[in-house]
Design a protein around this ligand. Structure first.
Ligand code: MG
Ligand code: ZN
Length: 400
């Protein structure tokens, strides 16, 4: 509860004036960057209300059982917060009063995010580095410059008998999840990326993007092909509630999923569903779960959207940590493909759940990003290393 007597006057004024002084700026930048969905009406409001955030819906960290970890992980749950930098984490920590589920993850390192051809990566090359252990040129999906496909940790896990899964709050064929399952020269080849899902035996995927499977320019309905392969196909998470057997495809939106406030607890529920289904495999599992829209909020420089998305990811991390603490054979990793926004924090209050942000960019930056680890093998993630090392560490921990 707010105790009005104790609130710093300056912060009260900042919170009160949030929402006033709207300056309407045409979002020409987003129009030229199709990877980032445009805001409603293709307008961006750059004002106090976009720079500040006041959290009125704080939550407690999950409580974890005292874990007894195995020597090596049988399961890996890899979270990627697209665009998540240290400053994003710091902002979320502030507005949630110093409490984040990430606080449970005591082994922390830094990933250097550069791609093969650029200091500042995009999400295709950033995802590919983590997924495959190889740096590629910006825009490429797990494919090298000569057109050779590069196997990902998801493919290798599958070949070694593990169950595999992908979850995203974007279109499931968008760059980050695509890097783990598809091989294409360009991230914009959404329909080709969707077709690549059929070339694998992925056990579960949950996300938006039904149109790339069922409403395609070639007229082919890939959901029929999925069903022929034995998949249960669902068109919402609610529809999938009673099903717990792999293989399963859950389409949560025709295109991208909506933003956090409209999406509700989709990412938490999808994380629960993924763990429920994949943990049935006695050989273990690998799943990548993406908080996709942290990046888009940061491109648009909209702080409430950004923090809504970071806190949403942290809640899903809480679900995974609860499972990992009970299970003892599960490594949870939370990292990012790159920082977005060149975010800086100019003011804030842990007590009042308030932050005032500034942005130095409407694009990605080249700064290191955090890697949080919890569970067997977590100590391997200490230090500073290349994004590609995340693949190599998981690969060696799995003993492949
Ligand atoms: Mg992404
Ligand atoms: Zn981006």
């Amino acid at each position: 509860m707010l105790n009005l007597k104790n609130i710093d006057t300056k912060i009260v004024l900042k919170v009160l004036f949030t929402g006033l002084l709207m300056l309407d700026v045409t979002n020409a930048w987003a129009q030229n960057n199709p990877a980032v969905p445009q805001m409603a009406g293709q307008k961006m409001f750059q004002s106090d209300s976009q720079l500040t955030y006041f959290n009125q819906d704080r939550y407690e960290m999950v409580e974890l059982a005292s874990p007894e970890f195995a020597e090596a992980p049988k399961n890996v749950i890899l979270f990627i917060g697209d665009g998540l930098g240290v400053t994003h984490v710091s902002a979320a920590l502030t507005v949630n009063g110093g409490q984040l589920n990430l606080n449970h993850m005591k082994h922390i390192g830094f990933s250097q995010t550069q791609s093969k051809d650029r200091y500042v990566t995009d999400s295709a090359a950033g995802g590919t580095a983590i997924a495959t252990g190889q740096r590629v040129n910006n825009g490429a999906i797990a494919m090298d410059a000569s057109g050779e496909p590069i196997p990902s940790i998801l493919h290798i896990s599958e070949q070694n008998g593990k169950a595999t899964g992908l979850v995203a709050t974007s279109d499931i064929a968008h760059a980050t999840p695509a890097s783990f399952i598809a091989h294409q020269p360009s991230r914009s080849m959404y329909e080709e990326i969707a077709a690549d899902f059929l070339k694998t035996d992925i056990d579960l995927f949950i996300g938006g993007g039904l149109n790339n499977f069922a409403n395609r320019s070639d007229g082919v309905d890939l959901t029929l092909a999925l069903k022929e392969k034995g998949y249960q196909v669902f068109y919402s998470l609610e529809e999938s509630a009673c099903a717990s057997k792999a293989p399963m495809a859950v389409f949560t939106a025709p295109g991208h999923n909506p933003e956090y406030d409209e999406r509700g607890n989709m990412l938490e529920l999808a994380t629960k569903k993924a763990i429920e289904v994949l943990s049935k495999d006695e050989n273990g599992f690998f799943v990548m779960i993406e908080g996709s829209q942290i990046d888009w909020a940061s491109h648009h420089n909209i702080t409430p959207y950004l923090l809504g998305e970071v806190l949403d990811l942290d809640k899903a991390v809480g679900v995974a940590l609860e499972f990992a603490a009970q299970n003892g054979e599960t490594l949870v990793i939370v990292t990012s493909d790159h920082e977005t926004g060149g975010l800086a924090l100019h003011d804030g209050s842990y007590e009042h759940g308030f932050i005032e942000a500034r942005y130095s960019s409407d694009n990605h930056t080249g700064v290191m990003v955090p890697v949080f680890a919890y569970g067997p093998g977590a100590e391997l993630f200490l230090g500073i290393y290349d994004n590609t090392d995340i693949f190599h560490k998981i690969h060696s921990l799995f003993g492949f």
